[in-house]
Design a protein around this ligand. Structure first.
Ligand code: PEP
Ligand code: MN
Length: 448
C-alpha cells in the first residue's frame, strides 16, 4: 500500500478531532510533543509488518486474533508483577485456543499505551462540583479535584516512559524463556489453580508437556524459537493525535510511515467519522488498523471507512471490531457481513463482547455479565458460519488479577460481591479465571 499523496503526519489537523482534552497550556503541550518527537520509537516497522501478515492469515481463517487487556491502563499499576500477570493470562488463553482450537493465536495486548479514554461528557458532577472528566492517565488523574482533573501534557511523556518500561519487560518475558512452552504449567495463577478452569488448564498443560518430552525423546529438537519464544504485540486506541503524530516515523527499510507507539492502533466508536481527524491520521500510516463498529452504524458510512482506510484492500490492514451487544448482534451483524462480502473486502472480523453489554448493577457498579459476553461471542461465530464469512478474533477487557468487576462465570460472582475487588479506573474487566473460561468456551468454535 502506498501512502495517500496529500497525507502528512500532521494533516489530521485540517480535520475535526473529537474527544481531545482541553489542554490549558498550549506552549507546554508543544514542548512535550517536541520532546516526544525526539524519543526513540517504541516498536519497529519490521514487527508491525509481521503482525499485519499474521492478521492477513486471520482474515482467511488461518489464524485467530486474541486482543485483550485493561480498559484503561493505570500508571500506578505498571509494576513487574502486574505486567507478568497480564501476560500470563494472555499466554494461557492463547495456549488453550491454539491447542484446543487448532489455529495459531495472534497475541495482541491492550497494553503499553492504553492510557487515554473517550468519555461521554467533557465534565461530570462530583459532590456538587463540576469537574473535567477523567480521560486516562496520559491526560489527567482520576482523583476528583480540579487540580488533578486538569489535563497535563506532561502525563503524555510519562505515558511514553510507562509504555517503554512495560514493553521492555514484555520483550524480556516473551523472548527470554518465560513464554517457553516448557513453562506452560507455571502460567497458572495461584487463585485459579484450584478452580474448575485451573484444573482443566492443568490437564491441557500436562498434555503439551508430554508432547514436548516425546519430541525430545525421539530426537526432534525443541530448543527452537517456536517452542522457546513467543511473539507478543501491543495495541491501544489511537485517541491523542499529537502523541500518535510524535511517534510516527519513516521506516528506513521501506520509506513508509509507521506509527511506532504500538503495533496495532484502533479508532473508537466515537471518533470514527470518515472526514474526522482520527481517520485522516490513521489512513496514512502503514500499521494494521482496527475500527470499532457499534449497533448504530450506517452501512454506507462503514463502506466509506473501509475504502478510506484500506483503499488497496490489503489483507491484514483492517480489523473491524464489532461491539453490537448480545441482544443486537442478531440483526446488526449479518447485514454488515453480507454487504462487505459482496464487495469483496478483506477484513479481520473481531468480536468485542464487552462494550455494548455494560450496565449498572443494583450495587451501583458499572458491570458486565459473563453470560452476555459469552452469548455475544457465540452468536458472532454462528452468524459468521451462516453467512460464510470468517470469525477472526476476540477483543476483551480483562486482567490477570483476581478482581470482581464482571458478574457470573464458573465462580458465579454476584452483584453483592462486586465491591470486594473492584479496581478498574474505567470499564469492568474479566478476571483471570473468567478470561480462561472464555478461552475454553471458544476453543471449539475456533476449530469449527
Ligand atoms: C474501549 O475499547 O475501551 C472503548 C471505549 O470502546 P468503544 O470505542 O467501542 O466504545
Ligand atoms: Mn472500555
Amino acid at each position: 500500500m502506498v501512502n495517500t499523496k496529500e497525507w502528512t503526519k500532521s494533516s489530521w489537523k485540517n480535520h475535526t478531532a473529537l474527544q481531545q482534552p482541553n489542554w490549558p497550556d498550549k506552549k507546554k503541550l508543544d514542548k512535550v510533543i517536541d520532546d516526544l518527537t525526539l524519543m526513540p520509537p517504541l516498536v519497529f516497522a519490521g514487527e508491525i509488518r509481521a503482525l499485519k501478515e499474521m492478521l492477513g492469515k486471520a482474515s482467511k481463517g488461518e489464524a485467530f486474533l486474541l486482543q485483550g487487556g485493561d480498559c484503561s491502563e493505570d500508571f500506578s499499576q505498571v509494576t513487574a508483577p502486574n505486567i507478568r500477570e497480564s501476560l500470563k493470562v494472555l499466554l494461557q488463553m492463547a495456549v488453550v485456543m491454539t491447542y484446543a482450537g487448532g489455529k495459531p493465536t495472534i497475541k495482541v495486548g491492550r497494553i503499553a499505551g492504553q492510557f487515554a479514554k473517550p468519555r461521554s461528557s467533557d465534565t461530570e458532577m462530583v459532590n456538587g462540583v463540576e469537574l473535567p472528566s477523567y480521560r486516562g492517565d496520559m491526560v489527567n488523574k482520576v482523583t476528583p479535584t480540579i487540580k488533578d482533573r486538569t489535563p497535563n501534557p506532561k502525563f503524555m511523556l510519562k505515558g511514553y516512559y510507562m509504555a517503554a518500561a512495560t514493553l521492555n519487560l514484555l520483550r524480556a518475558f516473551t523472548r527470554g524463556g518465560y513464554a517457553a512452552l516448557h513453562r506452560v504449567q507455571s502460567w497458572n495463577h495461584e487463585f485459579v489453580v484450584q478452580s474448575p478452569m485451573g484444573r482443566s488448564y492443568d490437564r491441557l498443560a500436562r498434555q503439551i508437556d508430554k508432547a514436548i518430552k516425546f519430541m525430545n525423546t525421539i530426537g526432534i529438537p525443541t530448543d527452537i524459537p517456536q517452542v522457546n519464544q513467543t511473539q507478543f504485540f501491543t495495541s491501544h486506541e489511537a485517541l491523542l493525535l499529537p502523541y500518535e503524530e510524535a511517534l510516527t516515523r519513516i521506516d528506513s527499510t521501506t520509506g513508509g510511515w509507521y506509527d511506532c507507539s504500538a503495533h496495532m492502533l484502533w479508532i473508537g466508536e466515537r471518533t470514527r467519522q470518515v472526514d474526522g481527524a482520527h481517520v485522516a491520521f490513521l489512513k496514512g500510516v502503514l500499521n494494521p488498523i482496527g475500527v470499532k463498529i457499534g449497533p448504530n452504524y450506517d452501512m454506507d458510512n462503514v463502506k466509506q471507512l473501509i475504502e478510506t482506510l484500506n483503499p488497496e484492500n490489503e489483507a491484514g490492514r483492517l480489523t473491524l471490531i464489532t461491539r453490537m451487544g448480545c441482544n443486537n448482534i442478531e440483526k446488526k451483524l449479518a447485514p454488515l457481513l453480507r454487504e462487505t462480502k459482496k464487495q469483496g473486502y478483506h477484513i479481520v472480523w473481531n468480536c468485542d463482547p464487552m462494550h455494548a453489554n455494560t450496565y449498572t448493577s443494583e450495587s451501583g457498579h458499572k458491570t458486565r455479565d459473563f453470560n452476555d459476553i459469552l452469548k455475544e461471542i457465540t452468536r458472532f461465530f454462528e452468524i459468521h458460519w451462516a453467512e460464510g464469512t470468517i470469525p477472526g478474533g476476540v477483543h476483551l477487557e480483562m486482567t490477570g488479577k483476581n478482581v470482581t468487576e464482571c458478574v457470573g462465570g464458573a465462580r458465579n460472582i454476584v452483584s453483592e460481591e462486586l465491591h470486594n475487588r473492584y479496581d478498574t479506573t474505567c470499564d469492568p474487566r474479566l478476571n483471570a479465571e473468567q478470561s480462561l473460561e472464555v478461552a475454553f468456551q471458544i476453543a471449539d468454535m475456533i476449530k469449527h
